[in-house]
Design a protein around this ligand. Structure first.
Ligand SMILES: Cc1cc2nc3c(=O)[nH]c(=O)nc-3n(C[C@H](O)[C@H](O)[C@H](O)COP(=O)(O)OP(=O)(O)OC[C@H]3O[C@@H](n4cnc5c(N)ncnc54)[C@H](O)[C@@H]3O)c2cc1C
Length: 434
């Protein structure tokens, strides 16, 4: 019996499992095992809507066992600690797993670029827990701001900064805007529009650099008109508990700073021998195989195919690579020539809050409400499982009729305000004085 292990039940890993299932259907000679540290698959494109209470966090995740249905592959909920390439063994948090073939799809981690305090003092936005944490923190801060009489302090509490003007940063700030303007300002009587400050900081000269420039420009105009401050060429140099330093000179007081600025390869992949690119992704050949280890494939966010180094870190790329890796495992077993990966840009979709999006598909560019409906349709279609599609569709419809479901469900840890430690730091004091 040959054992095929897949690490990571995200876009790439799940697709590889589906592919192998199809290719080895009914063949008891092969055992396919999908290993994931969480027992669900998360649809990341909808994560920004969790923070704004637009959709229910549970609706964007689905248990792997439900997705699997009647398929034969095994699922193992385990954390993979290391890959022992020569022994063809995975070291797990609770044991080990021997394989004949390995498909690595563990996604990516956040890159803080070594900026002092960034890891400790900003919020990450990658996991479901990150989404829920940000949602809870915003709700909690609004509760505090609502009865804070000091206007300057209220403004600091209600300043949300997103560092990074890529897809995630832009969609997140747009969601924050909707949440504050459509919900908070109507429900919290002590909060006024001028108290709320939403800022996006981007070190590069423009935001949304992977989107067509005309759509990116339109996004800038739309967000700015909606009250979002967009600051380009703004390099964060230090992060403090009460705000961030920009360009080593300016201090921006903010109680909530979300880090959506950098992505690095997963540590499991960074630790592999062989060539890596500047963000630690394993440079694999055009068949997605690791140098010197034809039995190991790397796909998704942590893979850098030598013939497509510029392929973006997005879900369609991971899905395609997951499928290709599965087919190439089957080709190896059957003694057939391997297939090569080729990246094709199919366009981009960016939601700019409720009722508005910018879209570029196969060279056709449009924006506005129609684009938003298109964005919704595509994401609903891509969501795995009919139940989830119904749940998310209902969330969207209900949000057009009823207020957002903004009940706080847990106490946030690590929020200085919630723990009664509201103390203006020297930095905030000097900013106020200035
Ligand atoms: C907030 C956000 C919004 C996004 N929006 C979009 C979008 O709109 N469109 C788009 O195309 N892309 C979007 N992306 C990017 C997209 O999610 C990724 O490109 C895609 O998920 C990469 O797929 P993957 O299979 O490489 O990794 P993932 O889908 O991240 O899957 C990795 C899996 O591996 C598991 N794992 C990690 N470490 C271990 C371990 N040690 N042991 C076991 N399991 C492990 C993780 O739990 C996870 O389930 C977004 C990403 C984020 C964070």
């Amino acid at each position: 019996m040959k054992r095929i292990a897949i690490v990571g039940a995200g876009f790439g890993g799940l697709q590889a499992a589906f592919g192998l299932e199809r290719l080895f259907r009914g063949n008891a000679e092969y055992e396919v095992t999908l290993i994931g540290e969480v027992n669900y698959f998360m649809f990341t494109p909808l994560l920004p809507q969790v923070a704004s209470s637009y959709i229910n966090p549970r609706h964007i995740v689905q248990p792997v066992r439900d997705i699997r249905g009647r398929r034969r592959f095994r699922f193992l909920r385990e954390r993979v600690e290391a890959v022992e390439l020569d022994a063809r063994r995975l070291r797990l948090a609770g044991g080990s797993f021997d394989y004949d073939y390995l498909i690595l799809a563990p996604g990516s981690t956040t890159d803080y670029f070594g900026i002092p305090g960034a890891r400790e003092n900003t919020l990450d936005y990658k996991t479901l827990e990150d989404g829920v944490t940000l949602r809870e923190r915003i709700l909690d801060l609004c509760e505090h701001a609502d009865h804070t009489t000091d206007r300057a302090e209220r403004a600091g509490i209600l300043t949300v900064v997103v560092v990074g003007g890529g897809y995630t940063g832009v969609e997140l700030i747009a969601e924050m805007r909707d949440f504050f303007y459509q919900y908070v300002l109507r429900r919290f009587r002590g909060i006024r529009k001028e108290d709320v400050r939403l800022v996006i900081l981007e070190a590069a000269p423009a935001i949304l650099r992977s989107v067509h420039p005309s759509l990116a420009q339109h996004a800038v105009e739309r967000l700015s008109a909606g009250g979002v401050e967009i600051r380009t060429g703004a390099k964060v140099t230090r992060c403090l508990p009460d705000g961030i330093e920009i360009g080593e000179s300016e201090f921006l007081p903010a109680h909530t700073v979300v880090w959506a600025a950098g992505v690095r390869a997963h540590p499991l992949v960074e630790a592999l021998p062989g060539a890596h690119d500047r963000i630690g992704r394993a440079v694999v050949n055009e068949h997605l195989q690791l140098e010197g280890h034809p039995e190991v494939f790397v796909v998704g966010d942590s893979a850098a195919p030598a013939n497509a180094l510029d392929a973006p870190r997005i879900a369609p790329v991971a899905i395609e690579q997951g499928n290709l890796a599965a087919r190439n495992v089957a080709h190896l077993e059957r003694g057939e020539p391997l297939e090569s990966y080729a990246y094709a840009d199919r366009g981009s979709l960016v939601e700019l809050g409720m009722n508005y999006a910018v879209v570029n598909v196969f060279g056709i560019r449009f924006r506005g409400y129609l684009a938003w409906l298109f964005w919704n349709a595509i994401h609903l279609l891509k969501l795995v499982g009919f139940k989830k599609q119904v749940q998310v569709a209902f969330d969207w419809v209900l949000a057009t009729v009823f207020p957002r479901d903004a009940a706080s469900v847990r106490r946030v840890r690590g929020c200085p305000l919630c723990e009664g430690k509201v103390r203006a730091t020297e930095a905030v004091r000097s900013a106020k004085a200035g």
